[in-house]
Design a protein around this ligand. Structure first.
Ligand code: 4AD
Ligand code: MG
Length: 486
């Protein structure tokens, strides 16, 4: 007999037929009711065993976490909570789980505890739901771009360049760190290293994606990226997955349109394809927020997703945002940790969240940031922004950040500097050695065109779609400072 998956069993039950199911025991009640889950759906199937007919020693082996195989007949359920159940004809325990040792007993476990047993947390309903949604979102991203005629490009994971100029990279080397070879100046001699030069794990595939876009037209990357920034927050990982589209002939407006369309597409995809998992996570969230005062409770998860899928994002310039923040009561009363003094300061996440959650109550796209606080490759704007009274302004770039409720920055992107002379000057200003980026500059020498792209942090999207509040809970094996277990 062929195994039937529980998802198929529940969605198209054929009452009266005999089935073979395999999965793991979630609970075993009254020596009679086995809840079995096989990962194909959040829902368990209830199998009813006649304990009088079975051997005591075998029944004892049906414990939470044990793997089991059941042959039985599908019947309409007598009890509440399920429409069908399986009357057990025969069963066998395939793999035992000693209840004295198995840490996942049927009770509420904290997310912190589950992080410590990340090798087992796939087996909980919450992480089952998140894992299925994560898969659906990966698929949605590829489908979105494929349907639009984009090509997926694999960019290198080991690189010799620092795309963000941030200097927060993980070194890749085969040199003996206890005894590194030295050059005549006494510095580490990377000529003797594996690649004959200094290399790192990539922080972004953007620069290479640009090379491809300037021949293939529209491309995207979807790969792991690595940042050694020591920020131990609920929004940062040292290893995260990023989606980076890059499109020839696009300007900043096209770029915003693409990013907004893509985010809405992914959210809608989850609404259409992950209904049961989202309903589960929504209830989970409601339970979690029960104790909180009304004004601190967030919008119901599915409502929130629909709201984002159906409404236009707000678009405004950095200069206008600074004006709003500067004149806000929160700023005047000194309630921001970092007071907004004037134009040019970097926005902290408290400011981003103020704009999204208090001022507009919608996703916000901020554009045209000061050149000084953004990356070297962003296109210098031709005009200065209009200064407000009491506010001096400076040069801006065609950058855009998308800010989401509860998350802050979810997307960062820009139109790229396509003019060779300006780009060369920027590289000097940012102290980037030309020999690191000569190949990048070549695209500006030969057939340069305006183009634009952005990066979407995949785990930030996952945070939004699942309503989870810690980024460590939306990736199977989080890498964060002082944590690389499993
Ligand atoms: O704003 P970032 O640094 O932009 C870039 O890397 C550009 N090269 C993208 C491009 O234009 N092609 O990062 C892009 C996004 C952020 O908006 C955020 O969602 C996510 O990547 N991100 C992180 N996610 C998790 N952990 C971290 N440490 C992250 N750093 C950035
Ligand atoms: Mg950014």
């Amino acid at each position: 007999m062929k195994r039937t998956k529980i998802a198929a069993l529940l969605s198209t039950p054929s009452i009266g037929s005999e089935v073979l199911i395999k999965g793991w025991v979630r609970t075993f009640r009254s020596n009679r009711f086995i809840a079995v889950n096989d990962g194909s759906t959040i829902n368990n199937i209830q199998a009813v065993v006649d304990f009088e007919k079975e051997e005591e020693t075998q029944l004892k082996r049906i414990t939470t976490g044990a793997a089991i195989e059941i042959v039985g007949k599908i019947v309409e359920s007598q009890g509440k909570g399920q429409t069908i159940e399986v009357i057990v004809k025969s069963f066998s325990v395939l793999g035992d789980a000693n209840p004295e040792e198995y840490p996942l007993q049927p009770k509420k476990h904290s997310l912190e505890f589950l992080r410590e047993i990340a090798h087992l947390r796939f087996r909980t309903s919450t992480f089952g739901a998140i894992s299925r949604i994560r898969h659906a979102m990966i698929f949605a991203v590829h489908k979105f771009f494929n349907d639009k005629g984009f090509y997926n490009i694999h960019t290198p994971i080991i690189t010799g360049s620092d795309a963000e100029g941030a200097g927060e990279m993980f070194r890749v080397t085969t040199l003996n760190i206890d005894n590194t070879p030295k050059d005549e100046k006494g510095k580490i001699d990377f000529k003797q290293d594996f690649f004959g030069k200094e290399t790192n794990l990539t922080v972004s595939g953007q620069l290479e994606a640009e090379l491809a876009a300037l021949a293939l037209g529209q491309v995207y990357t979807f790969g792991p990226t690595f940042r050694a920034e020591n920020s131990n927050t609920t929004r940062h990982l040292a290893e995260f997955w990023m989606i980076e589209p890059e499109v020839a002939f696009n300007d900043l407006n096209d770029n915003m349109d693409l990013a907004e369309e893509m985010l809405k597409y992914c959210v809608q995809y989850a609404l259409d394809n992950c209904k049961e998992d989202l309903a589960f996570l929504s209830n989970r969230l409601k339970e979690e927020e029960k104790g909180k005062p009304q004004d601190q409770q967030s919008m119901e998860l599915i409502e929130k997703l629909k709201f984002v899928a159906d409404n236009d994002f707000v678009r405004l310039t950095y200069t206008d945002a600074i004006d709003i923040l500067r004149n806000s009561n929160t700023n005047k009363k000194g309630k921001f940790q970092y007071k907004i003094e004037g134009w040019g300061s970097d926005l902290q996440s408290e400011h981003e969240r103020y704009l999204v959650e208090k001022e507009f109550k919608k996703p916000v796209i901020l554009t045209n940031y000061p050149a000084k606080i953004k990356s070297f490759y962003m296109r210098q704007d031709d005009e200065l922004p209009e200064a407000k009274p009491g506010m001096e302004v400076g040069t801006t770039v065609a950058a855009m950040d998308i800010l989401f409720p509860g998350i802050g920055e979810i997307v960062g992107g820009s139109q790229r500097e396509e003019r060779l002379d300006i780009l060369q000057q920027k590289i000097k200003d940012f102290n980037i050695p030309e020999e690191h980026v000569w190949w990048y500059l070549d695209t500006r020498k030969f057939g340069t065109v305006p183009h634009a792209g952005f990066g979407l942090g995949f785990e930030r999207l996952m945070l939004f779609v699942t309503g989870m509040s810690n980024i460590r809970d939306v990736i199977p094996f989080p890498r964060t400072p002082k944590n690389a277990e499993f």
